[in-house]
Design a protein around this ligand. Sequence first.
Ligand code: NAD
Length: 251
Amino acid sequence: MHPDMRVIPNELIAALRTARRVTVLTGAGISAESGVPTFREAQAGLWSHYHPEDRHPDAFQRNPQLVWEWYVWRRQLVSAAQPNAGHAALAVMQTYVPQWTLITQNVDGLHQRAGSQGVIELHGSLLRYVCSARQHIVSLEAPAMGMPPVCPRCGSLVRPDVVWFGEPLPVAAMVEAFEAAAHCDVFLSIGTSGVVQPAASLPLEALAGGALTVEINPDETPLSRRVDLTLRGPAGQLLPALGRAAWPDAD
Ligand code: NAD
């Protein structure tokens, strides 16, 4: 038996094997092992000269070049990154469950690159672009440093299709995410600090709906005491172990 598989509780293995519906919420932590900094690492490290306020519509209006260049840089970083074993394990597990919903707060597109289907992107994607009036999708293959380009249809500045502070989340994605959380048999919360709303409410919705709720994270979070099970460790190790434990032919 692979050593990581010993930490997988039997209750979870049994629940996954019989589940009709599994809902998964991921955050920045699942991409950490791909070299994409989490929000906390970003504040402490390389990105510390950018402030959370830079993810704000007002910041884009005040200094579009600064915000644009931050996103060009982040896009280059995620384009050079590879999906890790955690992303890959979720894509495999999806094929064993009749109704599988993967909700992510990440904007890096790594789940899709690992093969996950139908991913709900709650906070948008930094691989897509819209005009600042948020009316026109703009296709941009290789965004460059400097000032953001101008929308060819309305003339407003182009911005990444991500949700900034104070902006509403995409309604259809929200409705689908809350429905999937409320009506699942197993809910996995992976690599999220659980402090950004409304995503942080999804595990509570699953708890209220009677799902077996599980947190996968090396550190404690506000959710840790509320879930049924916690698996402490990196997603890149625990998710492949979980997949192998539930479906031994899954490799
Ligand atoms: P967060 O940075 O607040 O929390 C990350 C969590 O991941 C922490 O609890 C940490 O303990 C955990 N973690 C670290 N390494 C891990 C690993 N190897 N395996 C499992 N867990 C690990 O992230 P958040 O909760 O997603 O919220 C922050 C916001 O920042 C979100 O809105 C998100 O859109 C955005 N963000 C996205 C990305 C990305 O797309 N990759 C990166 C940074 C921030």
